[in-house]
Ligand binder design. Structure first.
Ligand SMILES: [Fe+2]
Ligand SMILES: [Fe+2]
Length: 429
């Protein structure tokens, strides 16, 4: 804002019923840097005030017919509240002075007849006072405006930061999904595992009342907990853990450390890397790679170990009571010293919920069907992949017109050797 306070001279209004007094005052102020206005009565003075903006000083005679100086000042105060008001009155008229101050809000009074120099000084003081008030007002307005601009700028900045954070988070999540997808591409038996473990681990971490940032670390670590298997031994179904040679078993046991090493160079994944390292530790100290025991195992790693167990049990169990079977297994492993027994109560809350979301077992069976047989409302039981292994839709997706059309289009471009897998409900009969 640029506002030159000296641009307009301060207006000073003199009101007196004696014409010659107004003339002599005008002469007295001719060399002063003010715009002098005059009025021969209170009523005329009010008219001048209404027409002239920004009158800074008002000087009025007290004794005037029809409207006294006090009455005039009281009304002038309503029109020009910021103007400094001065009343001219005789020495003996102390009552009028008190009235003028109390009713008319007079700034001060001057004796009549006046000494020229004294009247000049009184008006100069008032004009300076008015100028200070006006400048103060201008600065206040300026500060208010700048505060508003700052507020607007802050809001805009916040919005931009949120947008950028959202974009960064999305690209981070996409990168993680690609990592997980890489592992699943290499090892089809792991196809759902990463996402399932991430979902269960997140639910367990929330149930265990971990702070929000730790819940997120657990979710991220769980999503890529087996990333170290890339570059390790082949873990195809024909090469199950139980059937590994001692050499293969040694290599398999390296995958948590390899996983941590892979992500350690990414600062945002460093704390997740610690959980990845310890996701095969056992509560009783019999796990790997470091043989940590009990509470010395990071809680996030204990949660991922439990989520891993829950997912593997869920994929094995069939029937209407999957949730009970999984919980039996969890309790059994808790007693056997594999998992943290303190997490079992959280599993009791989380497992039924997870089982109800993923309808495998529980009255459902899986069926492979041709893409052309997909119907709205069907739920994918496995990820839908293109012929070259690109992930098209995640398991659990409920089909609608758009997703059916997308799969049909992809099956023409890059046809898969298999159909798509969906959940079917056992008939009641
Ligand atoms: Fe693992
Ligand atoms: Fe795993």
């Amino acid at each position: 804002m640029s506002e030159d306070v000296n641009a307009a001279p301060i207006k000073v209004l003199f009101v007196d019923d004696e014409e010659y007094i107004l003339k002599s005052i005008s002469r007295l102020f001719v060399d002063e840097p003010y715009e002098v206005l005059t009025a021969p009565s209170g009523a005329k003075g009010l008219t001048v005030l209404r027409g002239a903006e920004d009158v800074g000083v008002i000087v009025t005679d007290q004794r005037m017919p029809s409207m006294t100086g006090t009455e005039f000042l009281a009304r002038a105060k309503e029109i020009a509240p910021d103007a400094l008001r001065i009343v001219l009155t005789g020495y003996a008229d102390i009552h009028a002075v008190v009235e003028a101050i109390n009713r008319g809000g007079a700034y001060r009074y001057a004796a009549k007849p006046w000494e020229d120099e004294e009247l000049l000084q009184i008006v100069r003081d008032a004009a300076r006072q008015y100028e200070l008030l006006r400048e103060n007002d201008r600065l206040e307005r300026l500060v208010r405006k700048q505060n508003e601009e700052l507020k607007e700028w802050n809001t805009e900045l916040e919005r931009r930061v949120m947008e950028a954070t959202h974009r960064l988070k999305k690209s981070f999540d996409d990168t993680l999904a690609s990592f997980a997808g890489l592992l699943e591409l290499r090892d089809p038996s792991e196809r759902h595992h990463s996402c399932n473990v991430a979902a269960v681990a997140e639910a367990l971490a929330v149930a265990a009342a971990l702070p929000a940032d730790e819940v997120e670390t657990v979710r991220i670590a769980a999503l890529i907990h087996d990333i170290g298997k890339v570059g390790g031994i082949d873990l195809s179904p024909n090469n199950a853990v139980q059937a590994l040679t001692p050499e293969q078993w040694r290599s398999y046991k390296e995958h948590p450390v390899r996983g941590q090493t892979v992500v350690d160079s990414i600062e945002a994944l460093r704390s997740a890397g610690v959980l990845i390292r310890h996701h095969h530790e056992r509560w009783d100290g019999g796990g790997f790679p470091d043989g940590l025991r009990g509470a010395s195992i990071p809680v996030g790693a204990r949660i991922i170990a439990l989520a891993d167990l829950i997912d593997r049990e869920m994929s094995k169990c069939r029937g209407a009571n999957v949730s009970d079977l999984v919980l039996d297994a969890v309790r059994g492993e808790g007693s056997a010293g594999r998992i943290d027994p303190g997490l079992v109560p959280h599993a009791r809350r989380v497992v039924p919920e997870v089982c109800s979301r993923a309808p495998r077992g529980a009255g459902h069976y899986e069926e492979e069907i041709d893409v052309s047989k997909l119907r709205r409302g069907m739920t994918l039981s496995r990820d839908a992949l293109s012929g070259t292994g690109v992930l098209l839709l995640r398991a659990g997706t409920v089909m609608d017109g758009t997703t059916i059309a997308a799969l049909a289009r992809h099956s023409e471009l890059d046809p898969s050797r298999t159909g798509v897998y969906v959940f079917r409900e056992h008939s009641a009969a």
